[in-house]
Design a protein. Structure first.
Length: 486
């Protein structure tokens, strides 16, 4: 029986993978169950009229909130990474984060009106920000240097996430249509509670590296860190007081903040004396992939904004006498991921040394996501809820193919190329591209309406293809900077 390079004392027990993979897949599965189950229900809760149990915001305001929420979640991965690397270690940070996520869902379930939304989202933003990066980092810790099982381990992990993402919207959507919005949020809370139990019972199988703090913050610096946090909170309060954080422009404000943090983080890593010359060279090579990743996520994350508004308002949801909840379409991408991941793993295994490089996979993903937006054009211009559900399912299949070329590769890349002093923070930095894309998706969604959807989908689709062409020109340079890393 094989063992991992990271922890030789523990045998692998699943498909030749480390034991801790089972625990981490379980946590990720239930977190995705709650996240996907809650997010679409929340969008409809925000813009459905009060007479139907919603809060009555405009569609532009609702998508702005969802985009800002997604951006803040991934922005907070930086904070979660910093806490893990400087204060608590990844394992303890992960445990605290999962607890906050569960409490956020509970708040949405039991606190009525906008108070429940803001309390719940605040807890979810902080908790999810700490959970995402540290869950990925904990998975990376299971594999030693040069362990060839890493990519397949991440693909298996990714498939587990999508099992949860598949089930979440189905159950919360049914609960929302049969019982009401708050029951949908309650099911999400139960899912996260199961994840917390799994983490508590299985943490002994995680790699010991997760219990150490790679770069312990000196006590003298803790006061400065606390003062900086207080300053940020004060700025947020002032911005809200003067109207800079209005609901309509929330996603735009978060996009600006995320871009500023991205520039600051890359500058810090490139100038740090703790980063070696070889590590710095790899960080430079990451920059073009980071930028094209932002483009990808700005389009892909619209499955939670524009695509869900489209499902609720532009599709004929009556199938065989059954009124299908529009939340079901949030399960389409996870379903296709589960279906296609084993095929992709098999293809990469057969390809061997001919497997496409990471930059090439990123390029294919961006081309596919651009084409998926162009596939909306034949249905543009029809009035009312008249389009067939299968058409949207086919477009989401292309979304899925694009995702499989980018997202699992991004996770593996971030753990492989991280400078030693910025282990979890590099994972968080890669997630900042998702933060920028999520916030931008909410900002862009404000321009969508059925009356101009032809222009909307064509402009974004063609812009994505143009960005892909520019990125293709940089691939030879990227490969030289990564110095043999795929």
């Amino acid at each position: 029986m094989t063992t991992t390079n990271a922890d030789p004392a523990r045998p692998a027990t699943i498909a030749g993978q480390p034991r801790g993979l089972v625990t981490l897949v379980g946590i990720g599965l239930w977190e995705r169950f709650s996240f996907y189950g809650m997010q679409v229900v929340l969008l409809y809760y925000l813009f459905f009229p009060v007479s139907e149990g919603g809060l009555g915001l405009s569609k532009a305001e609702a998508t702005s909130v969802i985009g800002a929420y997604g951006g803040l979640v991934y922005l907070c991965t930086v904070i979660g990474g910093w806490v893990a690397d400087r204060l608590l270690g990844s394992e303890r940070t992960l445990f605290c984060s999962v607890t906050l996520i569960m409490l956020g869902h509970v708040a949405l379930a039991i606190v009525p009106g906008f108070a429940g939304v803001w309390i719940g989202l605040a807890l979810l933003v902080v908790g999810s920000g700490g959970q995402i990066g540290n869950l990925t980092s904990s998975l990376g810790h299971l594999y030693g240097e040069g362990d060839r099982r890493r990519d397949n381990g991440f693909l298996l992990f990714y498939m587990g996430l999508n099992i949860g993402a598949l089930a979440g919207p189905l159950l919360t959507g049914l609960a929302r249509t049969r019982l009401g919005f708050h029951y949908g949020f309650g099911i999400a809370a139960i899912g996260m509670a199961i994840g917390l139990v799994l983490l508590y019972g299985g943490r002994r199988h995680l790699a010991p590296r997760g219990r150490t703090v790679p770069d312990q913050l000196p006590r003298s610096a803790m006061v400065k860190a606390a003062a900086a946090a207080a300053g940020v909170l004060l700025l947020l309060v002032l911005a809200a007081a003067v109207g800079a954080l209005s609901i309509r422009h929330l996603a735009t404000a978060i996009t600006v903040v995320v871009v500023a943090v991205i520039v600051g983080y890359f500058t810090t890593m490139l100038c740090s004396a703790k980063v070696s010359a070889a590590e710095r060279r790899r960080v430079y090579g990451l920059i073009p992939m980071f930028l094209i990743n932002c483009v990808f996520w700005a389009l892909y994350q619209q499955q939670f904004t524009v695509v869900q508004v489209y499902a609720a308002t532009r599709l004929d949801l009556h199938v065989l006498g059954f009124a299908m909840p529009p939340e079901f379409f949030s399960s389409a991408v996870p379903f296709f991921v589960i279906l296609l991941t084993p095929i992709l793993v098999s293809l990469w295994a057969r390809a061997g040394s001919h497997e496409p490089s990471t930059p090439t996979k990123f390029l294919v993903g961006v081309v596919l996501i651009g084409l998926s937006f162009l596939l909306f054009l034949p249905m543009a211009g029809n009035d009312g809820a008249v389009n067939p559900p299968l058409a949207l399912a086919g477009i989401l299949l292309v979304f899925t193919l694009a995702e499989l070329f980018v997202s699992p590769v991004q996770l593996a890349l971030s753990t492989q190329l991280a400078p030693k002093a910025f282990q979890t923070q590099t994972v968080a930095l890669l997630f900042l591209s998702t933060a920028a894309g999520s916030a931008a998706s909410g900002m862009l969604a404000g321009f969508y309406s059925p009356a101009r959807e032809g222009a909307y989908f064509s402009v974004l689709g063609l812009a994505s293809l143009g960005a892909a062409a520019l990125f293709a020109m940089t691939i030879p340079w990227i490969k030289s900077m990564l110095n043999g890393s795929r």
